[in-house]
Structures are given as structure tokens and as C-alpha cells.
Write a protein that binds this ligand. Structure first.
Ligand code: ZN
Length: 225
């Protein structure tokens, strides 16, 4: 219930704030005549935005996540490199519903993506290019039936073939900025075996197990020898 209400207040007050800002820029008397209204609108926008971020985004119930110790997943890039989480689980916009348990890891185009967990390559879609509706994705099926998904990879960026067995840490793709995205990143999530939605997971190389938006995390995922 809180989510739609806060989201509406946030979006409506943002439009009002933008309207006032527009007026203030084009008519100097506008600012003087409406100062208190403008401040109030910006305050409502800021407070609703802050409440929204604090209460309506991020992992809802950490007890749903499996323990970090012995997790079969590691961060999907080279050991020693730190990367920023632009969006975490249950984010402001796109990580909802099916994609609730997804992460956006910022990485430059062409970064080598490593398998977060061992498995068999189940599906590869890397024929799309450029920003648009269609996204590239590579799926790896695990022994328990779950699938890891690596999205927005580069045009022809897959480094493996369907059916290949991959080990944790093996290079599987080159990252990109293809599909529904405005910055280069890897959209990563794990889907349950019935493919009804993403599931909460932990990473063994993340200190608290679950990466959070706005933080940097350093991978310990080593390429197999
Ligand atoms: Zn994402």
C-alpha cells in the first residue's frame, strides 16, 4: 500500500517542483511571489523521495536470503576489482516483480563477465545491439535447477555456447549497454527452477552476503586454472 502512495506523491511533487523551477527561470517575479509554495513543494518532493528510498526500496526481509557462508555465488567479475551497485533488489524502478532480486553492477562496455556460479549454458541471446526494447541475455542453469541471468551483454558478446559446462569464475560474456538501459552495466539475477520469478541469493565474497544499492563491492571470483 505504501509503495503506490509514496510513489505518486513523489512523482506529483516532482512535476510541481519542475513547474515552479520553470516559472522561476522565465519570470523573475514568479520566484518572489511563490517563494513559500516553491520551498514547500521541494520539501514535499525531497521528503517523499527520502521516505520512498528508505522504506520502499532495498531488500525487504533479509531472512529470506540464504546465508553468505558457503554460498555457491560470487560476484561476476575479476577478483580484486571493485564495482558500484547502481540498483539493488527492489529498486526504485525496474527491479520489481519478476526482477525484484536483481542487481545492476556498473561496468564499462566490453568488461569480461565471469560465471557467478558453475553450471551449463542454457540460453544465449546476443543478437541485439544498441539501446532499445530488446535486451541481450545469457542464462546458466545450475544443478538445483535455478538459472543465473546476465543481461545487457554486448552484441555478439557471448564467450560460450549453449550446452557448454562452465565453472565458477570462467569468462562467459562481454558486458554491454544493450536493451533497456541508459548506462553500461550488468543486470544480474537468479531465477527459480519453475521460472516464475527471481529469487533472493547471497554472494560468498560480499561481506554481508547481499549487495546494496549505492555501495562498491570487491570481487573474489578467480578464473579457474
Ligand atoms: Zn537492472
Amino acid at each position: 500500500v505504501t509503495y503506490p502512495i509514496l510513489a505518486s506523491v513523489f512523482i506529483l511533487s516532482l512535476f510541481a517542483a519542475l513547474f515552479f523551477a520553470y516559472g522561476a527561470v522565465f519570470k523573475s517575479s514568479f520566484w518572489q511571489n511563490n517563494k513559500s509554495k516553491i520551498y514547500l513543494t521541494f520539501a514535499i518532493w525531497f521528503i517523499s523521495y527520502a521516505l520512498f528510498i528508505v522504506f520502499c526500496t532495498g531488500p525487504q526481509d533479509l531472512s529470506l536470503y540464504p546465508p553468505q557462508v558457503n554460498s555457491p555465488y560470487k560476484l561476476p567479475w575479476k577478483a580484486g576489482v571493485s564495482r558500484f551497485v547502481a540498483q539493488g533488489n527492489r529498486s526504485f524502478t525496474s527491479h520489481r516483480d519478476f526482477h525484484e532480486y536483481a542487481w545492476d553492477f556498473v561496468m564499462p562496455n566490453g568488461t569480461i563477465v565471469l560465471a557467478a556460479r558453475a553450471g551449463r549454458v542454457g540460453k544465449i541471446e546476443d543478437g541485439f545491439d544498441g539501446v532499445g526494447l530488446n535486451s541481450n541475455v545469457l542464462l546458466i542453469e545450475h544443478e538445483d535447477g535455478a538459472f543465473s541471468a546476465y543481461a545487457h551483454i554486448r552484441f555478439h558478446g557471448a564467450l560460450v555456447k549453449v550446452g557448454d559446462l562452465v565453472q565458477q569464475g570462467q569468462p562467459i560474456a562481454l558486458s554491454g549497454m544493450v536493451g533497456q538501459t541508459i548506462f553500461p552495466h550488468l543486470h544480474f539475477y537468479v531465477v527459480n527452477k519453475d521460472q516464475t520469478g527471481s529469487i533472493p541469493i547471497s554472494f560468498s565474497d560480499v561481506p554481508e552476503g547481499v549487495p546494496l544499492a549505492g555501495h562498491f563491492y570487491t570481487s573474489k571470483n578467480e578464473e579457474p586454472r
